[in-house]
Write a protein that binds this ligand. Structure first.
Ligand SMILES: [Zn+2]
Ligand SMILES: [Zn+2]
Length: 162
């Protein structure tokens, strides 16, 4: 795995698209590994809005078991880098109710109390997220795929601002 330095152009593209594309899409478009994308986001301190961060966290949780995670020296390096952990820690502190709600869903899924469903909008069964309309109703979720989930949040944000 060769290391390519980040060009200003690549970084500009990252900044412009970090809230609309997920890591795998950025990785495909820029021709870099997902680990390199994560690395750049932490390293260059790019601002992602909370919705996108939720996906990043969901990815990194399942990532422990994924083949990508076990990957080369880059992956191990990121694991040790404090800025990524710091990022997660700050997120958890800023949104304790979200953190709790997501943990409850994770635990319930593991115990088999609830089962992940296909996306209720497009019907896909990959990359499914649990969407909470109300974080205080922790088990009351809608199952949406990542891309439908992003679109839903974009619509919600537009509605809230009018
Ligand atoms: Zn969907
Ligand atoms: Zn949501």
């Amino acid at each position: 795995m060769e290391k390519r330095p980040w060009t200003a152009e690549d970084l500009r593209f990252m900044r412009d698209n970090v809230n609309t594309l997920d890591n795998s899409e950025l990785s495909r478009i820029l021709g870099r590994t997902e680990a390199a994308i994560k690395n750049a986001i932490c390293w260059y301190d790019m601002q992602r809005d909370h919705v996108v961060v939720v996906y990043m966290r969901a990815n990194s949780q399942s990532g422990e078991k994924s083949v990508h995670w076990k990957g080369g020296p880059t992956a191990r390096k990121i694991r040790r880098r404090p800025s990524c952990r710091e990022y997660t820690r700050v997120y958890r502190m800023a949104y304790p109710e979200r953190e709790l709600a997501h943990r409850v869903i994770r635990d319930s899924k593991r115990k088999g109390n609830i089962k992940e469903q296909p996306c209720e909008i497009c019907g896909t069964i990959v990359n499914i997220d649990a969407h909470h309309s109300d974080y205080s109703k922790m088990l009351d979720v809608r199952w949406l795929c990542r891309s439908c989930h992003i679109h839903l949040h974009q619509r919600l944000e537009i509605n809230q601002s009018v």
